[in-house]
Design a protein around this ligand. Structure first.
Ligand code: DHB
Length: 345
């Protein structure tokens, strides 16, 4: 099988699992890590302690597979479980699958305490992972809004996180990649504002866009009920129906981060890595995300429905499209979507 060389961060294909999908237990993580063709894996968004999440039914797939809705409520086995599993793999190898832990503390203090644990010298967990995905966009927690929709709050949050990351990581001269998982935005000026906010904090070198579209409602007209029950049936929407929104967010953030007018200091003039997520089911979808500017993509609903074999199929489809078009590497078309005008607003 042809393999694809992408950015130096990652190994071969641009495919990852989306956090939350087939990654909540050691058994599922082991399958993703050892048997799938993903080039990196991410564990289920974790909290400091185990949570059982919302009551069932909390996840639903449409019969034709184009739509999912979930209100899982962050069921996870607690951060130590995931860090212990990564540690059990030994040190990451150069060129191996990269390893990401997703954190979704309910408060800033929760997130800071998980960061403290990652850098605790007693365990040395930081040596066994490559990246942290900071989930600022979980839509399913009663009483908690989505932080990344409140830009002044997100600004303060990132400032506090960055300060603690520097404090903890500096003595080790060790760099993890810090990824921000974002919700979908719906206005062009939001892309500009979010990019400007993130640029202020150079430790964050990657974004993952988009999380599920929040607060959708799916109804079964026969039983006259909602298909999931927590939060009055409201939940995060995924599947191929969200692909246009996800493509727009990848494109919007790509243009915003690469806009020469965006305020930058020399310390943050680095390239922003963009992970595209939302509604990917095929190699053609991946091709479109990369055309919009994605460096990598992650697969959520399709992984839930098809299982980890989806990575090999999607990779093969992408290779075939590239061969047909005469492209030999992802850089040949990354970000090169043809439009009449490259400005955002
Ligand atoms: C959950 C859902 C999300 O979209 C997310 O990013 C994290 C957690 C959940 O409900 O478990």
């Amino acid at each position: 099988m042809t393999t694809l060389i992408t950015s130096s961060l990652i190994g071969q294909t641009p495919l990852l699992n989306a956090s939350g999908c087939k990654c909540d237990t050691k058994t599922k993580l082991t399958v993703l890590y050892t048997e799938s063709l993903a080039s990196g894996i991410c564990s289920k968004s974790a909290t400091p302690k185990h949570r059982s999440g919302n009551p069932d039914p909390r996840y639903w797939e449409s019969p034709d597979g184009d739509l999912t809705i979930n209100s899982m409520g962050l069921p996870n086995l607690g951060i130590e479980y995931y860090l212990d599993w990564y540690k059990s793999l030994g040190h990451p190898e150069k060129g191996g699958k990269w390893r990401c832990v997703s954190l979704a503390g309910l408060t800033l203090e929760d997130n800071l305490s998980m960061l403290d644990l990652i850098y605790n010298p007693l365990h040395g967990y930081y040596q066994y992972i490559d990246a942290i995905e900071w989930n600022l966009s979980c839509p399913n927690l009663s009483g908690h809004g989505i932080l990344a929709y409140d830009l002044p709050a997100m600004d303060t949050y990132l400032q506090r996180l960055e300060a603690r990351i520097h404090q903890l990581a500096t003595p080790y001269h060790h760099t993890l990649t810090h990824i921000l998982k974002l919700p979908p935005y719906f206005e062009p000026h939001h892309f500009t504002q979010v990019a400007a906010c993130i640029r202020k904090y150079p430790v964050f070198t990657a974004v993952n866009t988009v999380n599920s579209i929040p607060n959708g409602l799916v109804i079964d007209p026969i039983t006259e009920t909602t298909v999931i029950h927590p939060k009055n049936g409201f939940g995060g929407i995924g599947g191929s129906v969200i692909k246009p929104t996800a493509l727009a967010n990848v494109r919007g953030l790509y243009l915003a981060f690469n806009n020469p007018d965006l305020p930058m200091t020399t310390s943050n003039s680095r390239k922003m890595i963009i992970i595209g997520t939302g509604g990917i089911t095929s190699g053609l979808d991946v091709f479109e995300f990369i055309l919009c500017g994605a460096d990598l993509v992650s697969i959520g609903s399709q992984l839930m429905m098809e299982g980890p074999g989806c990575f090999a199929r999607i990779n093969q489809e992408l290779c075939e499209i590239m061969q047909e078009k005469g492209y030999t590497g992802l850089e040949d078309f990354r970000g090169k979507l043809k439009t009449a005008d490259s400005r955002l607003n």
